[in-house]
Design a protein around this ligand. Structure first.
Ligand code: NAD
Ligand code: TYD
Length: 354
């Protein structure tokens, strides 16, 4: 049986990827390596219980021995690296975990994979890939009239999160140039969809709206993000793994630039239609709050390379993806409540108290 090894497969995008991957006929088994931080949630993977194709290991990517053991035991044909600390606001309050996981963790994983790759026979080496999942935030902030980020845009990270991801991208690149490791890097825009932890904009707004809390919009609400439905990101990663050229990077985006206020209005309008309040609109709960320090104004991805070279295009529009997402949160309140009863509540209390 062939395997792929996925890091961070209990988080938002990683878990969606694992679920989508195993839903395909003839898919390789998945060795899912996750430390289970506050963002890791095995309940997301509940439908895989008893499925021998999903092997979960609670392992930190900073644990070299643990990684060596897993690589030796399962001999994966590819490593897909999703594990990271991923929330910008948390990185502002406490950057140390971001340096540890995103930089030291990626370095430790690269070292383990380099040793594993060196021991493979020629055929296995020819087919092996290390795919690094990264973000568009490494490119910094765009002005309203600037061209979208392309694969050649200069790196200019502005938050401890994006700086730590930029560092990890550079390490991955260096392992290709120096050691010949067959790496692929994807830089994706903001994702949304099922199983998104409710500290991020869209799930936070849905959750707060339904519980009658304020909808905290930072600053003037006119910062722009380029939104991609998570399953479209997963299909892009599969395509890059299959057809990407080692050493190359691919930008992944949804062609959906929206201001935060437009996003929040969309959430409110969908909830007004799908679960109306007794009185008034969910928009009445919108509250403008203090801006995030160093808040990047605009992100936007030029995803033409992926379309031109690998034939990938997103399936969902912003409208169809948002409708699916809001409906998913309405239908999966048990998952949401389970998350809300954990560490999340403490974090929100601390964060929004200021
Ligand atoms: P997430 O925070 O939801 O999940 C991260 C997962 O990594 C969690 O399951 C967590 O337990 C695990 N993890 C954290 N530290 C670990 C460690 N030291 N060892 C092992 N596992 C560890 O993040 P996400 O939104 O699913 O993002 C996944 C990847 O995609 C990240 O690399 C992120 O930078 C990138 N990305 C995210 C977005 C987005 O919009 N969410 C967009 C582009 C790129
Ligand atoms: P977020 O989901 O944290 O993603 P990122 O910072 O990685 O883009 O935030 C998306 C946008 O929404 C960002 O411009 C910050 C803004 N935002 C709010 O206005 N209020 C909130 O409560 C949160 C979490 C984010």
């Amino acid at each position: 049986m062939s395997h792929i090894l996925v890091t961070g497969g209990a988080g938002f995008i990683g878990a969606n990827f694992v679920l989508d991957w195993l839903a395909q006929a003839g898919a390789d088994s998945v060795v899912n390596v996750d430390k289970l931080t506050y963002a890791g949630n095995l309940k997301t993977l509940a439908t895989l219980e008893g499925d021998a194709r999903h092997i979960f290991s609670r392992t930190d990517i900073c644990d070299r021995d643990g990684l060596d053991t897993l690589l030796r035991r399962y001999q994966p044909r590819a490593v897909l690296h999703f594990a990271a600390e991923s929330h910008v606001d948390r990185s502002i309050h406490g950057p140390a975990d971001f340096i540890e996981t995103n930089i030291v963790g990626t370095f430790t994983l690269l070292e383990a994979v380099r040793a594993y790759y060196a021991g493979l026979d020629e055929t296995a080496r020819a087919g092996f890939r290390f795919l690094h999942v990264s973000t568009d935030e490494v490119f910094g902030s765009l002005d309203p009239d600037d061209a979208q980020f392309s694969e050649t845009t200069r790196y200019a990270p502005n938050s401890p999160y994006s700086a730590s991801k930029a560092a990890s991208d550079h390490l991955v690149r260096a392992y290709h140039h120096t050691y010949g490791l067959p790496v692929l890097t994807t830089n994706c825009s903001n994702n949304y969809g099922p199983y998104h932890f409710p500290e991020k904009l869209i799930p936070l707004m849905i959750t707060n709206a339904l519980t009658g809390k304020p909808l905290p919009v930072y600053g003037d609400g006119l910062n722009v993000r380029d939104w991609l439905y998570v399953r479209d990101h997963c299909s892009a990663i599969r395509e890059v793994l299959l057809q990407g050229t080692p050493g190359e990077t691919y930008n992944v985006g949804g062609w959906n630039e929206k201001t935060n206020l437009e996003v929040v209005h969309t959430v409110c309008d969908l909830l007004d239609a799908l679960k109306p309040k007794a009185q008034g609109s969910y928009r009445d709960q919108i509250a403008f709050v203090k801006d995030r320090p160093g808040h990047d104004r605009r992100y936007a991805i030029d995803a033409r390379r992926l379309e031109r070279e690998l034939g990938w295009k997103p399936v969902e529009t912003f409208e169809s993806g948002m409708r699916k997402t809001v409906q998913w949160y309405l239908d999966n309140q048990v998952w949401v409540q389970d998350v809300l009863s954990g560490d999340y509540r403490e974090w929100v209390a601390k964060h929004y108290a200021v």
